[in-house]
Design a protein around this ligand. Structure first.
Ligand SMILES: [Cu+2]
Length: 436
């Protein structure tokens, strides 16, 4: 048998050719990307009992679907092949069969019940937050997470820590390559113990968010005015970092509010609570300082080989490294305007720019500009109150609980004197302290 040849008009032909070239390019680009990234199918490895139940349920349903697929398509292809016209098969002529109809109703019903049974058991287990060992209240904000350990006094905010330079890739010449955990890094980890049942109360302060850590098998909406519950109990021996994300489209920076949980042993957790919840932050700082010192030592070694001229350079580098190391608590320190501006710029780029823009121009119609703002450049006290305590009925949050005296003084000084604002005065940490 001869099939007629498809004949396309010329423009269609050209378009099809272009499409073929594009799809080849796309495919090769896609697969070279896949080859580089660690690529996997299926869920993340479960580390809690609930996550394991979900995983097993998922696999069970998957294999049931595979069997149904093979049986149905096998039957279909067999029928098509065995009864094909060229064999002169004569079709049966019936139009109704009660027997067949009963079979194709009863069998799927039984399959559905068999699938619903284990699924219901998992759902019931997921909802059972009783007998928990500790409770953490989790609040979603635009765009960060707040954690409160209700059994102790510990509470903190967890904000994106991926540097702005990696995110703003508008200028190719100055592009910084994304880090390993791009957009999945935070400044403060949620610290939880392994081997204990953690109950989480989930809510939100502004719009609906959702708290999701795939490896824990937890995902729950955070709704303003409501408190949802979930629980997880991480297996002992599975200590480490687990990453998740906000899973409910919550506005402009929805992709910029990741979740990082640091799972530690029960003993480490107790020590962490006893220390007021600060030791892990201190660890991170110590690590950073160690890294810095190692780098300085390396430079020194090279310099020794290169002679005295280089040694002089090292002398210049060491104090710089010291200066870069985190400062001790500094209530007695006298702050210069330059220092406040520098600190303020860093705080601004992590805490304010999401709404007010990296360039202070805001988002017309939604978030007011800082540049040229009469409010910002107006009365100093009023401006301090606004940033510390927020403004009711607007999106302006109260930052008193989120920033230290020094950070608050810095960012206020910065806003009054950056982006072409030119008030000239400074806000000192003592001014903030006096208002707390
Ligand atoms: Cu969100």
């Amino acid at each position: 048998m001869v099939f007629p040849r498809m004949v396309f008009p010329k423009p269609v032909k050209t378009a099809l050719n272009k499409l073929a070239v594009a799809s080849t390019l796309l495919t090769s680009a896609l697969f070279s990307g896949l080859a580089q990234a660690e690529y996997r199918l299926n869920f993340q490895d479960p580390v809690t009992s609930v996550a394991r139940e979900i995983y097993d349920l998922h696999m069970l349903i998957f294999w049931i679907c595979v069997v149904i697929f093979v049986v149905v398509f096998g039957f279909m292809f067999y029928s098509i092949f065995a009864h094909r016209k060229s064999k002169n098969y004569e079709a049966a002529q019936f139009s109704h069969s009660t027997k067949v109809e009963v079979i194709w109703t009863v069998i799927p019903s039984i399959i559905l019940v068999l699938m619903a049974w284990p699924a219901t058991l998992v759902l019931i287990d997921m909802e059972d937050t009783t007998m928990s060992d500790l409770t953490i209240k989790i609040t979603g904000y635009q765009w960060k997470w707040g954690y409160e350990y209700l059994d102790s006094d510990i509470s903190f905010y967890s904000t994106l820590a991926t540097p702005r330079e990696q995110i703003d890739q508008f200028d190719e010449a100055n592009a910084v390559p994304p880090g390993e955990n791009y957009l999945l890094e935070v400044d403060n980890y949620l610290v939880v113990p392994s081997g204990r049942k953690v109950r989480a109360l989930i809510t939100a302060n502004d719009v609906i968010h959702a708290w999701w850590i795939p490896a824990f098998g937890t995902k729950k909406d955070a709704i303003p005015g409501y408190i949802n519950e979930l629980w997880f109990n991480v297996d002992e021996g599975k200590e480490g970092l687990y990453r998740g994300q906000c899973a409910e489209l919550c506005g402009k920076d929805h992709a910029f509010m990741p979740i990082v949980a640091k799972v530690v042993t029960g003993e480490e957790f107790d020590n962490w609570v006893a220390s007021g919840g600060t030791s892990f932050a201190a660890d991170a700082i110590a690590e950073a300082v160690d890294g810095l010192e190692a780098a300085v030592a390396e430079v020194a070694e090279v310099a020794e080989q290169a002679g005295d001229a280089m040694a002089e350079v090292v002398e210049a580098v060491v104090p710089a490294a010291d200066a870069a190391a985190p400062e001790p608590t500094v209530s007695a320190k006298t702050w210069t305007k330059d220092e406040l501006m520098e600190k303020g710029a860093a705080v601004y780029q992590t805490r304010c720019q999401a709404c007010h823009g990296p360039d202070g121009k805001g988002l017309p119609g939604a978030f007011p500009a800082i540049a040229g703002s009469e409010v910002v450049m107006g009365d100093r006290d009023a401006q301090i109150d606004l940033v510390m305590f927020g403004k009711a009925g607007t999106a302006m949050a109260a930052f008193a609980g989120q920033l230290s005296d020094e950070e608050m003084a810095g960012v206020l000084t910065y806003q009054r004197n950056a982006f072409g604002n030119n008030v000239g005065d400074v806000v000192l940490p003592a001014d903030i302290k006096a208002k707390r």
